[in-house]
Design a binder for this molecule. Sequence first.
Ligand code: C5P
Length: 289
Amino acid sequence: MMTTWPAPAKLNLFLYITGQRPDGYHTLQTLFQFLDYGDTLHIEPRHDGEIRLLTPIDGVPDADNLIVRAARMLMKRAAETGRLAAGSGADIAIDKRLPMGGGLGGGSSDAATVLVALNHLWRCNLRVDELAELGLTLGADVPVFVRGHAAFAEGVGEVLTPVNPPEKWYLVAHPGVSIPTPVIFKDPELPRNTPKRSIETLLKCEFGNDCEVIARKRFREVDAALSWLLEYAPSRLTGTGACVFSEFDTESAARQVLEQAPEWLNGFVARGVNLSPLAQAIAGQAELR
Ligand code: C5P
């Protein structure tokens, strides 16, 4: 039976870089919230042990695709610990709405949804902690999607404290460029020494993103998008970009601004949610059992 699972977008409502580890990874303080908007995965269990991606992405070999890597990783861990029924496999298809290199966590969210959904469908019963730890090896943002609650994140993004920021409406705009995460993190001019603050202090301060200055400087499309949005509402970069977002108290206020957007600026309006659509789906499945 084909099953359908959401892979929501995230926003970094703020993002500060507090240092760099010896392995090159940056230590962050960031606030993740989900959107009720994202990709949709269709998963049908197979009984011959095969993992098949029915919707390959141009230019990305299946073996590198995070969806396939997540499925294989779960299969391996569950098999090693005697929690995989013989022949467990899956056909997986994706309706992709989230842009790559957009700062919305699309690839990480797809991987997290595969881990959570297959753990459920294959009845492996891995704990959420174990799924989050597996997910971290696929990407720094995967654990928050696995856990499914808005969170204040530290470390490289994996030390998570659940929080409940206001669930605002957002206009998310794509400036038409894709920014690979390492391009921003490798930039010599990136601010890397923002002092650490407590979550209480951070929530009281105006929100910002340390990557924004670099994304604006290196990508004129990002600069143009932010300059346009800032005329209407408080607006920022999400993650390492390229998407930017403006916050509003109502859906209609967000839609009014989107309607006026110039042709070169594509966007969508979505609600910020503290319980991810994936967590809501899995809770619904548990009730059905
Ligand atoms: O999110 P992901 O783990 O895919 O990150 C891609 C790249 O971005 C890493 O290989 C690293 O160079 C950089 N990065 C970083 N600090 C982080 C997260 C990512 O330097 N906290």
